[in-house]
Design a protein around this ligand. Structure first.
Ligand code: SAM
Ligand code: SF4
Ligand code: SF4
Length: 344
């Protein structure tokens, strides 16, 4: 029976932008919109939260590019476009082209897949490097329960096929596992994607935000998912691809392909966390579970050299490690930002 591997440590010499826990700034998630065409109970459960988003002042296309350029100068190697649903963002193709023109090494996008069939070719042409698709069930009824009644697994699978045809040879498939909801889908999903180039990643249900009424009782820990898979399809651990990789990886012993586990609850990975998050409202978050944001809009009148310093300073002061201290008493009533506002 394989065990879940432990993360590696960073060296302080890797980048000039290091936080209080010696973690380099490497990765930025940009939430292009907090609007979504789904209403998943684990993420954005209320209609009220949808209308709240519309009233917010958004940062502009040019501001996204300007901030991205400075972040790249600060050492960022990877940008992930997310949301809300990023495929709802109007100038997405042009934004992708412009971000690639800035020289970002790795440009990825996470989507619920609803609009993927229509947009796959355009995304590829624009220069997007990688796509992650969320698919929590192959069963229509369970799927709809987990999206608030929207979409269908068939639609997402068609989107995945369109991506393959467009030239995205290997996608990541995010599967959030929630107790009493989709445990029965673990093996069917593994069976479906085994022997393909797509990598299924099982995600522990997290206490992001407050609207989803998260309870530890609803979490199935990665070790139990791994055990279940291992009984039917034996797997062996793989080395991490790079430092700070969030998923612990496993390969099938018989057959091609790999799977991964993102275990924020049972195996926190704060010690390697190198991610900054930018919301569509122009707020910066140094942690997925942050209570407070840095309002970058207040600094956008500054010149690029000054803005560079502001961003560097924010990262240098960072000391977040929420997942390591999740169950401490003083974290109980934390007023956390919602997932659909800053992306996964
Ligand atoms: N709308 C897109 C999507 O669903 O892929 C992108 C944004 S969504 C917030 C990014 C990822 O966060 C999705 O894979 C989703 O399943 C995951 N997610 C949302 N709420 C979560 C929670 N409470 N715990 C763990 N993952 C969650
Ligand atoms: Fe929308 Fe994605 Fe959140 Fe579901 S998980 S509500 S698709 S942002
Ligand atoms: Fe990073 Fe915060 Fe998650 Fe820890 S809890 S891994 S610091 S986002």
């Amino acid at each position: 029976m394989p065990t879940l591997q432990m993360p590696l440590n960073f060296s302080a010499t890797e980048t000039h932008c290091i936080d209080q826990l010696n973690r380099p700034l490497h990765d930025v998630r940009i939430s292009l919109t907090d609007q979504c065409n789904f209403s998943c109970p684990h993420c954005k459960p209320t209609k009220q939260s949808q209308s709240l988003g519309k009233k917010k002042q958004l940062i502009s296309f040019d501001e996204i590019l300007r901030i991205s350029k400075i972040l790249i100068d600060l050492g960022v190697k990877k940008i992930r476009l997310t949301g809300g649903e990023p495929l709802l963002y109007k100038n997405l193709s042009f934004l992708i082209k412009q971000l690639k023109a800035l020289g970002i090494e790795d440009l990825a996008l996470t989507t619920n897949g609803y609009l993927l069939s229509d947009q796959a070719i355009q995304l590829k042409k624009s220069g997007l490097d990688r796509i992650t698709v969320s698919l929590n069930s192959l069963d229509e009824k369970i799927y709809k329960k987990m999206t608030g009644g929207f979409g269908s697994p068939q639609n997402v699978l068609s989107g995945i096929t369109s991506c393959e045809q467009a030239g995205f040879s290997s996608l990541k498939i995010n599967v959030l596992v929630k107790k009493g909801m989709n445990e029965s889908e673990i093996i069917p999903i593994v069976r479906y994607f085994r022997n393909t180039k797509h990598i299924v990643r099982f995600i522990e249900y997290m206490d992001v935000g407050t609207e989803n009424n998260w309870s530890e009782k609803d979490v199935i820990s990665s070790i139990n998912i791994l055990r279940k898979i291992h009984e039917t399809f034996p797997v062996a651990p793989l080395e991490q691809n790079y430092r700070g990789e969030v998923a612990r990886r496993y390969a099938y012993k018989n057959g091609k392909g790999e799977i991964g586990f993102i275990s924020s609850i049972s195996q926190p990975f704060c010690q390697d966390c190198n991610r900054l998050r930018l919301s569509s409202g122009g707020e910066l978050y140094t942690c997925l579970f942050a209570e407070n944001a840095f309002d970058l809009k207040k600094h956008l009148h500054k010149n690029n050299a000054e803005l560079f310093k502001v961003l560097q300073n924010i990262w240098n002061k960072r000391e977040d490690q929420y997942s390591e201290m999740r169950f401490c008493a003083n974290n109980k009533n934390r007023n956390k930002i919602e997932m659909y506002r800053i992306g996964g």
